[in-house]
Design a protein around this ligand. Structure first.
Ligand code: RB5
Length: 145
């Protein structure tokens, strides 16, 4: 069965989200698009961050992807949920370290600061990089102590 990945955006991230969903499908994942389904310039990022973070927090899906203008609002919201580690990544290198060292289970893309091509490269790196464990497991565990 394909891995489900919850995906959400606000108006600033809407266009990039459409590409991310398409790419995840092309790669054989099962993206669950929580919206928005159409572009609404008045929408609010928490309305889309919450369902994605809730799903990951509850273990309904192992990973999620969010995008808004800076990535900040989405990450603030998602990181309030237990067991969520949402990382804003603006380059493949940051995405790689977010997986290797921080075991990031939600990728947050700042749509106003990455091109569509960069967004896809960041997504690929995040999808394909494993958590290194070891000393990083201790550090990640301490987040919840
Ligand atoms: C929306 O204009 C913008 O504030 C939002 O996408 C995000 O950057 C918030 O953190």
């Amino acid at each position: 069965m394909s891995e489900q990945i919850y995906v959400g955006a606000d108006h600033a991230g809407y266009a990039l989200k459409q590409k991310l969903v398409e790419e995840l499908r092309r790669l054989g994942y099962d993206p669950v698009d929580v919206g928005p389904k159409t572009l609404d310039p008045q929408d609010d990022f928490p309305d889309y961050a919450k369902p994605v973070a809730e799903a990951v927090s509850a273990g309904k899906a192992p990973r999620g992807v969010l995008t808004c203008g800076t990535g900040l609002g989405m990450s603030y919201t998602a990181n309030r949920f237990p067991k969520v580690r949402a990382a804003v990544a603006w380059s493949p290198e940051v995405a790689e370290l977010a997986r290797k060292h921080n075991d990031a289970n939600i990728l947050v893309l700042p749509s106003r600061f990455v091109s569509e091509q960069e967004g896809l490269e960041i997504l690929h790196k995040w999808l394909d990089t494993a958590f290194e464990g070891g000393r990083h497991s201790r550090r990640v565990a301490k987040i919840d102590e």
